[in-house]
Design a binder for this molecule. Structure first.
Ligand code: BG6
Length: 505
């Protein structure tokens, strides 16, 4: 499918890392697949002064280095569509120049007014840029659509998120605003919907009657790298849970939408968020665990602790690990605990949703200790995207011994279909005006509302410990105590998974 709407794609903050690593390579992939409209201009804009030729050269090298598609034979043809204009973000006059530049392109290329403005800038500019664009009429849709794309963080807490919403909605409509959550662009995250609602076998079991608990893990092997400055004002809860992980919870727990219309799907996700049982301040210590990685040695190599990273305070209390236990108070999920956790410098990179089914009502057969696990359906979001079902089978030989076996489907087995990157999918959707995979204001606010007691308690201290965990381990052991009964996290130091694939150290 192509988008036939000719348009200009403006990227603010075009001299930054995201533009060169993700955005421009993703647009190049769309170009190679002939998914761009006949008339298309990519206009980079940021404070730095470059000529269009200089910027084009930079983007050419960026595509060569970060391209996500095999074919590099069309880079020269593609970069002809790229231009650059500098801008001073807080100077209203600068936007007049921008408007003139856009008008000139339109007349030179005989194009209408369709325009996308992608804010790949610090969030502090999310109020300023849209306001200044509107001041010169670049939000008006009389000559073609105008869309605004923003990246998380959407606010720092509930109060600032409401302020940002009010600022944006003064001049732009909700339909014009696309809030990128790159997790929603991941094929396997979208596949959650397809797995659940295109198969008759899962949905009847997908509720409190058959599911014991649900575990969602997003583990990263890397530390904060060069982003210490940003991360200090964020931490794992704001960086990963408020957005990515709660969206995954939404897709895992939602009811079947009435159609594939963006509003139908987003309404169902919103209902999940509205049903999250509020966490009381006095419960925070029991249901939310925070941790920070400390230095360690991995295979003889010294790995610095978080407080030794560039841009991080020596006495920082920022969490690099967060685990939560919570409930969704509705008919489907009443009483089913949800456990989610994320952390940096864990032993491996893995994001997965694990549906832990209830035990059989009666145990007939003997099982060895390792295999006493209940049935699990594991939806692997990354890496090795796919689905794994664990169930019991008879051990060959005498008697009726049971062992767990895996039924494993790997996305890569789907012939040689290329999996588009999250940005490729999402940027294409912005061109088509399809907002299904973007977070709506109400979702963002509900997510902040849910996390506020934890954010505030952690911020105020409230005698809530910040546990250290050695880099390269599965986070603080205290997070194991969150999980009720005899259950444990699928991947945890105490429980190396016996399928030997995802939890290997
Ligand atoms: C980003 C966070 O949104 O997601 C990063 O800011 C994190 O801190 C990244 O590393 C993880 O994304 P992915 O796609 O690698 O799981």
């Amino acid at each position: 499918m192509t988008t036939n709407d000719n348009h200009i794609y403006v990227i603010f903050g075009a001299s930054g890392d995201l533009t060169k690593r993700k955005l421009v390579p993703a647009i190049y992939s769309l170009f190679v697949q002939k998914l761009l409209p006949e008339k298309f201009i990519l206009l980079g804009s940021s404070r730095t002064h470059f000529s269009s030729d200089e910027f084009r050269d930079k983007m050419k090298s960026a595509i060569e280095e970060f391209k996500e598609i095999e074919d590099d034979s069309r880079i020269d043809e593609f970069v002809k569509k790229i231009f650059y204009t500098p801008i001073t973000f807080d100077d209203a006059a600068s936007y007049k120049n921008l408007k003139e530049t856009l008008t000139k392109f339109r007349s030179d290329y005989n194009m209408g007014g369709n325009t996308i403005f992608y804010l790949s800038t610090p969030p502090s500019l999310y109020g300023t840029i849209p306001k200044n664009l509107a001041a010169v009429g670049l939000n008006k849709q009389d000559d073609g659509w105008k869309r605004l794309i923003i990246e998380k963080p959407f606010g720092y807490d509930l109060e600032s998120a409401i302020k940002l919403k009010d600022q944006l909605l003064q001049d732009w409509t909700e339909k014009q605003i696309f809030r990128i959550d790159h997790y929603l662009g991941k094929e396997t995250v979208q596949n959650l919907l397809v797995t659940r609602f295109s198969n008759g076998i899962f949905e009847p079991l997908w509720n409190r009657n058959y599911i014991n608990h649900i575990e969602i893990t997003s583990a990263e092997q890397i530390g904060v790298e060069k982003r210490g400055g940003y991360y200090e004002s964020s931490g794992a809860l704001r960086d990963m849970v408020q957005n990515h992980l709660l969206q995954v919870v939404g897709l895992t727990a939602m009811e079947s939408p009435s159609s594939l219309e963006p509003s139908a799907i987003r309404n169902e996700i919103l209902k999940v968020f509205q049903s999250l049982r509020p966490i009381k301040k006095e419960q925070v210590k029991e249901v939310a665990i925070r941790g920070q990685y400390v230095s360690s040695k991995i295979k003889g190599e010294y790995i610095p602790g978080y407080r030794e990273e560039e841009g991080v305070k020596k006495d920082s209390m920022t969490e690099t690990y967060a685990a939560l236990k919570f409930y969704i108070d509705n008919w489907r999920w009443g009483g089913v605990p949800f456990y989610i956790r994320t952390g940096k410098r864990l032993p491996t990179r893995v994001t997965e949703v694990v549906i832990h089914f209830k035990e059989t009502p009666h145990f007939l057969f003997s099982q060895n200790e390792i295999d006493q696990a209940n049935n699990q359906l594991i939806i692997r979001i990354q890496p090795n995207e796919g689905i794994l079902l664990k169930f019991g089978m008879k051990t060959p030989g005498a008697g009726f011994d049971v062992q767990n076996v895996n039924m494993d489907f790997l996305y890569s087995d789907l012939s040689n279909q290329r999996i588009p990157s999250a940005y490729e999918r999402l940027l294409f959707d912005t061109m088509k005006g399809d907002s299904t995979l973007f977070a709506r204001t109400e979702e963002v606010l509900e997510a902040w509302k849910f996390l506020t007691p934890v954010l505030e308690s952690w911020h105020n201290g409230n005698n809530i410990p910040l546990f250290g965990y050695p880099a390269g381990t599965w986070g603080p052991e205290n997070a194991d105590d969150l999980v009720e009964g005899k259950n444990i996290w699928r991947c945890a130091s105490k429980n190396l998974a016996n399928d030997g694939v995802y939890c290997e150290l």
